[in-house]
Design a protein around this ligand. Structure first.
Ligand code: SF4
Ligand code: SF4
Length: 360
């Protein structure tokens, strides 16, 4: 099937219409300009108009900018910064404008606001939010967004500032997010804020890609973005979008079972059963940080922020209570032990010894 038949939705109250399937920027940092251009070109032919990346994904902004140079005004361009200070975020916005080769970026977001303390930091005087707000007033950014993984962080952010768009992970594997999404979507609709969901495939952990996408479409976000590494992957996703029918409960249950085979013992479902840690360690948050390191191509960023989680990791005395309680049998102690080595600076002597001994 070809042609622009893609379903479009209004992005909150922004007045912009976005294709319900958008393209995410993670893969573009790993493939050539030609491959990225082919994927973006095919996506455009099939009606995709939303392209979303982050400063973290290396040259992805440049590749998207180059591929869309002649169609800049027919597309919605989004990117994000993980900087937390205003002056650093201002610098990033100027770089993004140059990378995309544009005078204005449609959506600029605060990337991956993991916790309430991080939110407070970016909202404080001198925090990154004020860079985005100023650039919005000056006309270099049209809409300001925030991406976070916990509904309560987003709800708190909405009370603190004027966000236009929210990016939130939605899939049936991340139980915490899925359970919190209904209330969140309702609140975003009430406020007229756009919702772009992310990580519909959880980096391949969802089992069946088509079921995963249809599940997200059934939740009716304004758009969902998917990273694709090849034209074949893209075409499958476009075909799923074009022929999407509501997903049945049996299909979801089968897909969850399949995903559990893939990620059993390594993917924390944020179920909160392990809250009784005698050391008061926030286990699910630590595991999430390590997931970022391990799977989400954010190793350098997590390493740079190791100081935030180190005291918690070091407080673990290996008592094993959490593993006894975890219904998904996550090897929490082993994951923490791995994290303590993996997150050390690349050239730290301790890490180099571990690499020699264990090949890590
Ligand atoms: S093993 Fe570590 S994280 Fe788990 S309950 Fe004990 S102290 Fe807490
Ligand atoms: S009990 Fe297991 S799955 Fe649930 S939050 Fe804790 S580590 Fe994650």
């Amino acid at each position: 099937m070809t042609g622009d038949k893609m379903q479009k939705h209004k992005l909150g109250n922004t007045g912009v219409e976005v294709s319900r399937l958008g393209l995410g920027g993670i893969p573009f940092q790993y493939i050539s300009q030609k491959e990225a251009g082919d994927i973006i070109g095919t996506a455009r032919e099939r009606g995709v108009n939303l392209f979303y990346t982050s400063r973290m994904y290396r040259d992805s902004e440049n590749k998207i900018g180059l591929a869309l140079r002649k169609q800049r005004h027919q597309v919605v361009l989004g990117t994000s910064t993980h900087k937390r200070k205003k002056n650093e975020a201002l610098k990033e916005i100027r770089e993004s404008l140059g990378n995309f080769d544009t005078d204005v970026i449609d959506i600029y977001s605060l990337h991956n606001v993991l916790t309430l303390p991080v939110l407070k930091e970016i909202m404080s005087p001198g925090g990154a939010y004020h860079a985005l707000d100023e650039m919005r007033s000056a006309g270099y950014i049209k809409y300001v967004g925030i991406s976070a993984h916990q509904p309560e962080t987003i709800l708190a952010a909405l009370e603190m500032a004027a966000f236009d768009v929210v990016e939130f992970p939605l899939n049936y594997v991340d139980r915490e997010a899925a359970e919190g999404s209904e209330k969140l979507i309702e609140e975003l609709r009430r406020r007229g804020i756009g919702l772009v969901t992310i990580k519909p495939m959880v980096f391949g952990y969802v089992g069946k890609a088509d079921v995963a996408l249809r599940y997200v479409f059934d939740c009716r976000p304004d758009a969902t973005i998917v990273g694709t590494y090849s034209l074949d992957e893209l075409k499958q996703n476009l075909d799923t979008e074009a022929n999407s029918i509501p997903v049945s409960r049996d299909e979801i249950m089968d897909a969850i079972a399949e995903s559990e085979k893939k990620c059993f013992k390594v993917f924390c479902r944020r179920c909160d059963t392990c809250v009784a840690c005698p050391q008061g360690i926030d286990i699910k948050t630590l595991l999430r940080w390590y997931e970022y390191f391990d799977r989400y191509h954010s190793a350098d960023w997590v390493r740079a922020h190791y100081g935030v989680i180190k005291p918690n990791l070091e407080a673990c005395d290996n008592c094993g209570i959490c593993e006894r309680d975890c219904p998904y049998h996550i090897p929490i102690k082993r994951e923490f032990a791995r994290a303590k080595i993996d997150l050390l600076p690349r050239r730290s002597p301790k890490r180099l010894v571990a690499k020699k001994l264990f090949g890590k």
